[in-house]
Design a protein around this ligand. Structure first.
Ligand code: RUQ
Ligand code: CUA
Length: 655
């Protein structure tokens, strides 16, 4: 060991003895500092080739058994169509929540009413079992996360889902045929009145066909404002509305807050209105859409738009009330501002006064001055019009300035000390910069090719400035190889100190997650068990078919055989169910347990049925028995020593 290492090791020892001192309340400080354990740590460090920085990072993230995490991170599950719940700083995965995709462990989509929720997401009569989830958004009150719901989107088949954080279950999926794809979703207005969903690739509004050569006239974008009812905890499609936008490829969006409350901003690419056609002698979209130096930042006064909807100034397309583009222009609701080449992220500062745009092919982040923009729009200080007549503000007049950040800035999040953190894709770093003078103060390498990033409460009115996760697209040599398809790499970074410090690499072997939300753990208050017994999570009331112990029965009715069943460690009652081929079986199962974690599962062979019965939960399962036979059913959760014995028979007799 060289003297340098010795010196470092002594410091680590000191660090460890402080940690030990804290841990044992100072009682055995002397032993902890000088005993055998210290020497073991040094040996361990050497054996595992760990540096002092490694040990410090370990101390900042290691979470002993029984200790809970400080934050929850809700990450999109990308192509998995599910939501991933991760504890921070431990980076332990706590749950996958089935959203757009069946999830067998939760019984989501395998027999009970969850199938109806999933089916709400079918479009045009096509059953969809995957999604491209991008941007989860937590519900907000006054611009701060309130921990009640989280909304997620599907970019490919434009849909929005509501996940209830009281039981971490998907309660609703909505979708409109108005648009054919989306990306600027989901973003909530500061009091969760609306969940914003913006189209991405233009198409004829409401579906249907138009030749692509008629792009300029027949293809359009749109922004949907899904109204959220906070009492019911559901989106109300009838109270939702949309606005027509020109056929530029609209990208990310963000809702104003505080001084900018009432505004929504949205990026676009492809002001050239290129649409590809490689074999038809046209440039591919990637080059066709990047001819111009500037694209258009859309500034939308949604409060004014809402008033127009109430005044009935809408057309109805695919069942959705839509404000026509011309009305948007006439009423001064939509204005454009040039924004540097191929913009991507648009992120509003915690005070609501500034807007940061990252240009994928630019070396700057551009910072816009929202109150000034609002003033210029009110005064109609426009310098031009786009081909559709949308007024344009002057670029230089609209900005505070630009920060020289590096090649390929994408997304920006904030801390509580006036700093912004931008993911820089091509340079593959997180750049920390000051909102005061727009100067970079530090860059930290990511491994590799960072896409989105998330900071603790980093897109609210009061960021915490503690942790940041770089959500990297590539992981190359970071993990043991698993074939050509590699996991994503979530890198936890400490942003609490003056310098950013890398703490932990977490492989995420599922889909390509795009964005996440990180919320203080004490804001999330899930229930322990369903109470009272017999609760149906979808109606949020005791189910009319809920059964109590002693009332179990089988009734043959006109619409089929109704089985009123209970589950309790370690049996189902009834445990023998006799039906005939062709019968419709209605299984009404109540888990009458109230002990925390006493979950049972109910799987029936040959029927594609597996439901999850958390304590107190009631499930209604309906299926038709198609062939005669003997079908064992059993519990799929190891609930007790006699779990294997928690079984029964579905006996299907011939007709
Ligand atoms: S967003 S990084 Cu940038 Cu949908 Cu994917
Ligand atoms: Cu109930 Cu296993």
């Amino acid at each position: 060991m060289n003297p340098m290492q010795t010196c470092r090791s002594v410091r680590v020892l000191a660090l460890l003895s402080v940690a030990a001192l804290v841990a044992c309340g100072g009682r055995n400080a002397a032993q902890a500092g000088s005993g055998g354990s210290g020497t073991d740590v040094l040996a361990l460090m050497q054996a595992r080739n760990l540096t002092e920085a490694d040990v410090t990072a370990a101390l900042k993230t290691y979470t002993p058994t029984g200790h809970l995490d400080e934050y929850y991170t809700f990450a999109s599950g990308g192509h998995g169509g599910n939501l991933i719940v991760i504890g921070v700083p431990s980076m332990r995965i706590l749950k996958y929540v089935g959203v757009f995709t069946p999830e067998p462990w939760q019984g989501f989509g395998y027999g009970d009413e969850s199938g109806e929720v999933l089916a709400q997401g079918n479009r045009g009569g096509v059953e969809l079992t995957w999604a491209d989830m991008h941007h989860p958004a937590l519900s907000e009150t006054d611009g701060d996360y309130d921990g009640k719901w989280i909304f997620v989107n599907d970019k490919c088949n434009p849909r929005v889902a509501v996940v209830d954080l009281s039981d971490f279950m998907t309660k609703q999926i909505v979708s409109s045929e108005l648009i054919a794809s989306e990306h600027g979703a989901t973003f909530v207005t500061p009091n969760t009145d609306y969940i914003v969903e913006t189209s991405q690739y233009p198409a004829p509004l409401g579906g249907g066909y138009a030749p692509i050569e008629q792009w300029n006239d027949k293809y359009r974008g749109a922004m949907i404002f899904w109204h959220f009812d906070k009492v019911k905890g559901r989106i109300v499609p009838e109270e939702s509305w949309a606005m027509e936008l020109p056929p530029y490829v609209q990208d990310l969006a963000d809702a104003g807050k505080k001084v900018s409350d009432g505004w929504v901003f949205c990026n676009s690419v492809d002001t050239e209105r290129a649409y590809g056609g490689i074999l038809e002698g046209k440039p591919p979209l990637e080059s066709g859409a990047t001819q111009n130096d500037m694209d258009y930042l859309h500034c939308i006064n949604w409060r004014k738009a809402e008033a127009l909807v109430k005044a009935g100034k809408t057309n109805t397309i695919a069942g959705m009330r839509v404000i026509p583009l011309q009305t948007m222009i006439d009423e001064n609701i939509l204005a454009f501002i040039p924004e540097p080449k191929s913009p991507h992220g648009v992120d509003i500062t915690p005070d609501g006064a500034m807007l940061v745009v990252g240009g994928k092919l630019d070396t700057h982040t551009t910072v816009y001055d929202i109150p000034k923009i609002a003033g210029m729009i009110a005064a109609k200080k426009y310098v031009g019009k786009d081909p559709y007549g949308v007024p344009i503000l002057d670029f230089k007049e609209s900005i505070v300035g630009q920060c020289e950040i590096g090649l390929g800035p994408l997304h920006t999040v904030f801390d509580d000390k006036g700093f912004a953190y931008t993911s820089v894709f091509i340079e593959t770093v997180v750049a920390k910069w000051s909102l005061k003078d727009l100067k970079v103060v530090q860059k930290i390498d990511t491994h590799f090719n960072i896409g989105h990033l998330v900071a603790a409460e980093g897109d609210t009115v009061s960021p915490d400035g503690k942790y940041l996760i770089a959500m990297n697209k590539w992981s190359l040599d970071r993990f043991s190889p698993v074939g050509p398809l590699l996991p994503q790499n979530f890198q936890l970074i400490d942003i609490g100190g003056e310098k950013m410090e890398l703490l932990y690499d977490m492989p995420l072997p599922l889909g390509e997650p795009h964005y996440a939300q990180m919320v203080k753990a004490d804001k999330i208050k899930p229930i322990d068990v369903y109470k009272p017994i017999g609760m149906n999570p979808y109606t949020e009331a005791v189910d009319v078919n809920a059964t109590t112990a002693g009332k179990e029965r089988i009734e043959r009715r006109d619409d089929g055989v109704h089985v009123f069943m209970t589950s309790v460690r370690s049996h189902f009652s009834p445990d023998i169910v006799r039906v005939k081929v062709g019968d419709t079986v209605h299984l009404h199962v109540t888990n009458v347990e109230q002990a925390r974690d006493a979950t049972h599962g109910l799987a029936i062979g040959g029927q594609n049925i597996n439901v999850s019965l958390e304590p107190g939960k009631h499930c209604n399962i309906k299926f038709v028995v198609k062939k005669e036979g003997v079908f064992p059913f059993y519990c799929t959760e190891f609930c007790s020593a006699l779990h294997i014995e928690m079984a029964g028979y579905l006996l299907v007799e011939p007709k």
